[in-house]
Design a protein around this ligand. Structure first.
Ligand code: SAM
Length: 383
């Protein structure tokens, strides 16, 4: 594992920004009831504070020059497969596409190019729901030459009754609470201060029944996370859109794997310059912080709200079912370098040790009865 010593030196403006983010965290701890804030509150400050937090500061986040690579930021293959999935369902959903958290617009670009080039769609509306306005600049640049109408929103628009919705690596970026088993009791683990340094501290034993039940009997020191915003988020989507298919694509597991008893330190990870660092209290506002998605929980919440669970599979199966092999063959050219990069992209998307197995795809539906290609032989039984 890399250490901070061998990472690139921070610029003065990065140090200043990081110090400003720390001041906000410290103020929030000092103003809290017992000098400890939830990890979700900490994540909200360091990732999402306007103009200062990781996702809104305007630094490079995605791709080679950033901190990590997502499927759409690594090339066109992923988006062309998604377009294969969307093509047949778009007519019945008024040709509205809504993408949550579009990063630098890579998915919008590759999906829309493929819809025009291979599926003869020219007249669609693509709505990007992105709370961090600094990302709109790259998203607008990525989509400026494409067909279709593009619209930006900070939150879900209320005037669309039908649509295909996509969230690629969005839920894993949402604030999560953390829990710790200590002397047989489950505690919420929060963030506090010791000698002006941020430290983990037990916050409360008032934890959700579901977490208490799951962690009953786990060994002392076991940690896990839960993404709290899921239920209100899914609720607002369900109540705003009348007919929909919603593709959730993210790092995660069904419950049986999420709570594996050897996953002692949970699923919390931090990324800076393509290096995984497991200390969320360093590089405040400069590194990504993420936790994996428990897809059984997503399915439980979604079903309770009223969604149909239309499918669940690995990214690898989803892409193969949506003809990635054909797209790969069609995309090969006389350019050896381009072919090499294409092969690297395909490996990253498909290999079990890369995104192929770690990333899962779930489809939720409301008033939708069509077929989806990506979920042939799906794995809802694992949820
Ligand atoms: C890990 S990035 C993924 C970016 C892009 N989807 C991709 O795959 O390259 C997470 C994105 O989700 C956005 N985000 C976080 N919370 C969100 C929410 N509640 N609604 C919409 N977008 C959100 C972030 O601003 C960021 O653009």
């Amino acid at each position: 594992m890399a250490t901070l010593d061998n990472l690139s030196v921070l610029s003065e403006s990065q140090r200043n920004r990081s110090n400003a983010v720390k001041k906000l965290v410290v103020a929030s701890i000092e103003n809290s009831k017992n000098g400890v804030i939830g990890f979700d509150e900490f994540m909200e400050i360091v990732l999402y504070t306007e103009n200062l937090g990781y996702y809104d500061a305007g630094d490079k986040i995605f791709g080679k020059e950033g901190d990590y690579v997502t499927a759409p930021s690594s090339g066109r293959l992923f988006g062309e497969c998604v377009a294969n999935e969307l093509g047949p369902v778009l007519d019945s959903l008024d040709c509205n596409i809504l993408e949550f958290g579009a990063g630098v617009g890579g998915l919008a670009k590759s999906v829309c190019s493929a819809l025009t080039e291979f599926h003869d769609f020219h007249d669609y509306s693509y709505h990007i729901i992105e709370p961090n306005e600094s990302l709109w600049i790259d998203q607008k640049a990525a989509t400026e030459d494409l067909y279709g109408g593009f619209f930006w929103h900070k939150s879900l628009p209320r005037n669309l009754s039908k649509g295909v919705l996509i969230a690629n690596e969005v839920i894993d970026a949402m604030p999560a609470t953390r829990y710790l088993v200590d002397k047989g009791t489950v505690h919420e683990l929060g963030v506090s201060l010791s000698d002006q340094e941020l430290v983990w501290k037990e916050k409360s034993i008032d934890v959700p029944e579901q977490i208490k039940r799951v962690l009953n009997g786990y060994e002392d020191g076991y940690r896990t996370e839960m993404i709290n915003g899921l239920e209100p988020w899914l609720n607002s989507i369900f109540s705003s859109v009348e007919e929909l298919v919603f593709f959730i694509i993210d790092y995660g597991y069904p419950s049986s794997e999420f709570f594996r008893d050897d996953r002692l330190d949970g699923t919390l990870r931090c990324y800076f310059k393509h290096t995984m660092l497991n200390d969320p209290f360093r590089l405040l506002g400069l590194q990504d912080i993420t936790t994996s998605v428990n897809f059984s929980t997503v399915a439980d919440i979604a079903a309770r709200i009223g969604f149909d669970i239309l499918g669940f599979t690995t990214q690898e199966r989803f892409l193969v079912n949506n003809k990635i092999e054909e797209i790969f063959a069609r995309s090969n050219s006389d350019d050896t370098v381009a072919n090499y990069l294409l092969a690297q992209e395909a490996k990253r998307l498909l290999l079990p040790t890369e995104m192929g197995q770690y990333i899962k795809v779930m489809a939720l539906g409301k008033n939708f009865s069509g077929n989806l290609r990506g979920f042939v032989n799906d794995e809802r039984g694992r949820l």
